[in-house]
Design a protein around this ligand. Structure first.
Ligand SMILES: [Zn+2]
Length: 402
């Protein structure tokens, strides 16, 4: 008896003996060579997973949600990464937002980039006051007055003014630490713990306004954009997101400066966005949560990180269940950033991550995973933890009745 493999080997020998251009065997070899070409570009590579795993469609959150991290409005004028205007651009109408919110069980959206002065007032009247308890705006520092004499005090007063206008908290973009300079857009970078901001942090503490702070960025953004960079495609799509090079402080230096403000202002609550801006290192985030009682985190735009370490992530949620807030970074019509584009699918993915034990699924509504080529696993949180993360922890920060 001759088995199949021996038979094929025999044919191969025979074919080798008689092969000539144009023969059937030569053609099939040629085809094989083409389909396994080693020069396939990364952009063309789109493998289909052959894994057969259950897929749970979570169309509504199990409990009402406060999305603590969204951008419904943004600055109308920004130079070299520094916002220089109170005027706002409006990224979504209340009606289009409410339609998605109602179908996804999102009770309220926190619009972190509400601006200041007149821009903030307009945002609050068009959203927060027009649709009570559905939208909460945060204010932002007014960097355009940074060189005005007495700025530290003026900025503290601006916080009080924003509070009276109806702002629920203060948002700090990564402008502080990575873009704001001594002459606003030129000169030396201003450090996150620069004492000129101390009166501002104190004002927030006195008024019980939480500070939603974004410091640094994914750690891969501080390494060269080369073949070793796990976020290579993201950085080639957005080259200005790279902070690699001597002109920028390291991720560690930025986090140390941030920690010094937490230590100096124990009465001010800080919600460190994007899982404490170090989701790649939950041990570091945990250590800081243990050190600073005034620190909480949100999970916005980081389920890609949390979901690729599902066992550590679940332990993290269990341990810090009173200090983790639901957030997405949702931006209406933000199609260039699929991991934060405001739509039904975005919320469904977050809910699937938090509520199921599904395996190996996309963390963003996009063909190619936008923050790195991997997939995530659900962490199947218990209901008590879900309730806190979805709503209760944010309600406490915002002083909203549960
Ligand atoms: Zn954001």
């Amino acid at each position: 008896m001759i088995n199949r493999r021996q038979w094929l080997r025999g044919i191969g020998v025979m074919a080798g003996a008689v092969a000539r251009p144009g023969s059937a065997f030569a053609a099939s070899k040629e085809e094989t060579r083409q389909t396994v070409s080693p020069s396939l570009s990364l952009a063309e590579f789109s493998p289909k997973s052959m894994l057969q795993a259950p897929e749970t469609h979570v169309s509504r959150a199990r409990f009402p949600v406060i999305d603590f991290h969204t951008h419904i409005t943004g600055t109308a004028k920004s130079i070299r990464g520094v916002s220089l205007a109170s005027d706002r651009v409006y990224l979504g109408t209340p009606q289009e937002l409410l339609a998605v919110m109602d179908s996804k069980n999102v009770r309220a959206m926190v619009n972190l980039t509400g601006g200041y002065d007149k821009g903030l007032g307009d945002v609050i009247s068009k959203y927060d006051h027009a649709f009570q308890d559905r939208f909460y705006a945060f204010t932002e520092p007014c960097y355009e007055h940074f060189l005005v004499a007495g700025y530290p005090q003026l900025q503290a007063e601006a916080i009080e003014r924003a509070y009276r206008q109806g702002a629920r908290g203060l948002k700090i973009l990564k402008t502080l630490g990575l873009y704001l300079r001594e002459n606003i857009t030129s000169g030396k970078l201003v450090k996150i713990d620069d004492p000129r901001f101390d009166p501002m942090w104190d004002a927030c503490g006195q008024l019980n306004m939480p500070v939603a702070i974004h410091v640094s960025d994914p750690v891969a953004f501080f390494t060269p954009t080369d073949r070793f960079n796990e976020r290579y495609e993201e950085l080639t799509n957005h080259p200005d997101w790279s902070f690699y090079g001597e002109e920028f402080p390291s991720n560690a230096k930025l986090i140390e400066a941030r920690n010094r403000i937490f230590a100096r202002h124990p009465k001010t609550q800080f919600v460190v966005l994007h899982v404490g801006n170090f989701a790649e290192n939950l041990a570091n985030v945990s250590e800081n949560l243990d050190r600073f009682a005034n620190m909480s985190v949100d999970i916005a735009a980081r389920i890609g990180e949390l979901g690729r370490q599902p066992r550590a992530a679940r332990r993290f949620f269990e341990k810090y269940q009173d200090r983790i807030l639901f957030g997405t970074d949702a931006t209406p019509h933000g199609d260039e950033y699929p991991q934060q584009v405001f739509n039904d699918r975005l919320y469904e993915i977050y809910y699937r991550f938090l509520e199921t034990d599904d395996e190996y699924f996309d963390y963003a509504p996009a063909k190619i995973p936008p923050q790195g080529r991997w997939r995530i696993y659900g962490i199947n949180l218990p209901e008590t933890v879900l309730r806190k993360v979805y709503f209760e922890n944010a309600a406490r920060q915002l002083r909203v009745a549960v």
